[in-house]
Design a protein around this ligand. Structure first.
Ligand code: SF4
Ligand code: SF4
Length: 437
């Protein structure tokens, strides 16, 4: 038996602390240790390495590879049994003119006015393709809930088809016309309605105005109240960059004042505004992933109420704090063309929301004819930390999962390329926030 540091052990200093963290995402162990001990571990000069062996921070190669293989099989099994999220885009047009929107090239509605035939073909396709699997639907855009007669007809037709099949549904909306859809949405099995608010009124209205320039905050904020009152789950999302991050405490206060955070039906997410496709002419105001969380970490010191509104994941930290254990090894963080698929009104099929509607990213079509590019689908499906060469020897691979396939492809031209997550840096911030504060 030849013991050596496990390939999956990573460690580093906890932010603003004397302690270090040490984690092995294969053995599922995590500890805070004194910096002296960490240094000895780093230099392999521990007087008594037995606790480090017990926890799998040192592991012999054979044991490591057998643990790895069995965890990999479990992961693949779970992915195969996992629930699939299926998106449908009824229109790429949006009635908002957000300053950062990557779909800004869609000036007006290009959608087919009467989509009943396409929607029926969509349901026929998913009935057959995903038979025997668990799945749910998500309406996505552009803006899927536009307040015109023909949009409503299409959405109601979609809801009827979903209801007939007993399928549950999520909706991603800007919230502006949500109220007029609520009576019908209440009749469906709704998972959640995702609504975006980017800050308090002054900030939100500047970033997310109507096409005519008018503010939208009051109506969207009312829509959150009405949706919660209707008994539907709200996932409030704020898209964050350097232009609005300083208003996060005010947004959190608004959510507290409105009583949203007390509701069991209310949850939040912070979306980092990033260079998804061609847009964002001026990249200066975009955060790097770690940059955004460093800033939030600093803001929490002065505005701890942000945590009542949103608890950042800081990689594995929040999970560890809430569940008392590490999550299972993550061999693949990109669900595209595996447990996520996207379809649009043009009859095309895509891997996910990052590629949907993008010319050249089609994986096939479900209308008017069915065809699928098996080769490209396979490439998406093969993507994980074992197939991406750069990930194979990475110590944080089972916490990172290789990142986003679409971002990797935009950067390198290849799907099988890494999109690195600053796992150690995030753990450093998160362990301080959730364990030492
Ligand atoms: S490509 Fe990116 S956005 Fe699409 S499913 Fe993968 S991780 Fe998600
Ligand atoms: S994407 Fe980067 S950080 Fe993530 S597993 Fe691969 S090499 Fe490691």
């Amino acid at each position: 038996m030849s013991l050596r540091k496990s390939k999956h052990t990573f460690y580093g200093p906890v932010k603003d602390s004397e302690n270090w963290f040490i984690i092995n995402s294969l053995s599922g162990e995590a500890d805070l240790i004194e910096s002296d001990l960490a240094r000895q571990f780093q230099e392999d000069t521990l007087q008594d390495p037995s606790p480090f062996i017990e926890k799998g921070y040192y592991m012999d190669e054979e044991k490591e590879s057998s643990l790895f293989n069995s965890a990999y099989l479990d992961f693949v099994d779970q992915q195969d049994d996992g629930e699939i999220q299926i998106f449908y885009v009824p229109d790429y047009f949006c009635n908002f003119n957000c300053t950062y929107c990557y779909q800004e090239e869609y000036e007006s509605s290009t959608a087919v006015k009467d989509q009943r035939q396409i929607i029926d073909a969509f349901f026929d396709y998913i009935d057959k393709t995903f038979a025997g699997r668990k799945y749910y639907l998500t309406l996505f855009g552009g803006e899927p809930l536009l307040d015109t007669e023909h949009h409503k007809k299409n959405i109601y037709h979609f809801l009827d088809r979903a209801n007939e099949r007993g399928l549950s549904l999520a909706v991603v909306t800007n919230g502006y016309s949500l109220e007029s859809y609520l009576p019908r949405l209440k009749e469906s099995s709704i998972r959640e309605i995702q609504i975006t608010i980017d800050g308090p009124r002054k900030v939100h209205d500047k970033r997310r105005p109507l096409r005519g320039g008018q503010g939208t905050f009051d109506r969207v904020s009312d829509a959150v109240n009405l949706t919660l009152q209707a008994g539907l789950r709200v996932n409030l999302r704020a898209v964050i960059d350097k232009q609005n991050i300083d208003s996060l405490p005010e947004l959190a206060q608004h959510a507290l004042d409105q009583g949203w955070v007390e509701s069991e039906l209310f949850m939040t997410q912070l979306g980092r505004n990033y260079e998804l496709h061609s847009c964002q002419k001026d990249h200066e105001y975009l955060f790097t992933r770690i940059g955004m969380y460093e800033k939030i970490y600093e803001m929490l010191k002065e505005h701890p109420h942000i945590l009542d509104f949103h608890k950042p994941a800081f990689s594995l930290s929040r999970f560890l704090a809430e569940e008392g254990e590490l999550p299972k090894p993550l061999f693949d963080s990109c669900p595209g063309a595996k447990t996520e698929w996207a379809f649009d009104y043009t009859g095309h099929i895509y891997s996910c929301t990052a590629t949907v509607g993008k010319t050249g990213e089609e994986l096939g079509q479900f209308f008017p004819e069915i065809r699928l590019s098996e080769e490209t689908v396979e490439e998406w499906q093969d993507r994980d930390v074992c197939s991406i060469e750069a990930c194979r020897d990475c110590s944080v691979q089972l916490a990172c999962g290789g990142g986003c396939g679409s971002v990797a492809k935009n950067k390198t031209g290849k799907i099988l390329a890494p999109d690195c997550r600053p796992v150690s840096e995030l753990m450093s911030l998160g362990l301080k926030t959730y364990f030492e504060e």
